[in-house]
Design a protein around this ligand. Sequence first.
Ligand SMILES: C[S@@+](CC[C@H](N)C(=O)[O-])C[C@H]1O[C@@H](n2cnc3c(N)ncnc32)[C@H](O)[C@@H]1O
Length: 355
Amino acid sequence: MNKVLLHCRPGFEKECAAEIQDRAAELEVYGYPRLERDSGFVLFECYQEGDAERLIQTLPLAHLIFARSWFAVLAELSEMDPADRVASVLAHSDALPKCGKLWVESGDGDAYRSLLTFCRKFTVPLRQALRQAGLLTKTEKEQMPRMHLFLTDNQNGYLGYSRSDNGAAHFMGIERLKFPSEAPSRSTLKLDEAINLFLTPEQQASRMQSGMWAVDLGACPGGWTYQLVRRGLFVHAVDNGPMADSLMESGQVTHHMADGFKFEPPRKNVTWLVCDMVEKPDRVAQLMAAWLVRGWASQAIFNLKLPMKQRYVSVYESLNLLTEILHSAGVEFELQAKHLYHDREEITVYLHRRR
Ligand SMILES: C[S@@+](CC[C@H](N)C(=O)[O-])C[C@H]1O[C@@H](n2cnc3c(N)ncnc32)[C@H](O)[C@@H]1O
């Protein structure tokens, strides 16, 4: 077996495949992707023995925008005996490293709903058998490899592992967040997910502190502003539309009915810039770069909307444009981008200006 299985949002397999092929080639790992439209996963088959494991070790998962989670495939399970699927998994025990956690998973989306129910049920006897066989620790250990069994139906699938230091933090790379009933829009979950993904708890404590100022461009009705207010920040909310009364009553929000492309912060005390305006991605990328170059903000989280076609190319063009502007202005920065679970036709970017 010399494959990596990557999870992505169903419908984005082409982007996920193009990206893994390009990023792997940069590390001189060559191979070809196999995909099925709307399946929610891609298999990247490496040519050289050992390259799948090398890839999940050397390529940071955080550098992939369209992959939510991944693992190196060690065995393909086909036509498992429905009377004893556990035995089919245990038959490959020689190939598996000892793991600290087991994830029996599948694709995301409605088509997989009943299969995911099966995955959940099957996890219980499989976990028990793996523990008895010494392949899984008695209690879950976060710092050890994670065993993945990805089922394509209830008799077929792929078995492998991911590294705890370079793998998804959540089952299938999806952070399940509860919608806060007081939030004015569902897009609040996008910013919540982005903050949790891009910033470690320690970074959240130091980089997003209560009392800091933020600017929210395209803020109405206030789902993103809500996340900032909840964390104790003061917000300049910029939008011609109305903001939710509950947010205005917090005393932490100043509403500016203005164009986000022309707005200038009234004082030079802004740390955070967030932006969810529905606009051309290169325009947004240029705007975000301009704020960092001028020193109007030192950190930003923003969306880049995806076009109907050439989504992969368009994303990298916008990010390259952003990078070029910052480099030529001598700005040192850290950039991460992800197609979040709560994103649809957009990706989310985190930008941090280094001192
Ligand atoms: C997707 S909504 C934002 C939702 C918001 N983040 C939330 O969580 O509630 C996009 C918003 O961008 C605003 N918008 C679009 N172009 C804008 C511009 N040039 N200046 C300011 N706001 C703009 C729209 O009025 C709209 O309210």
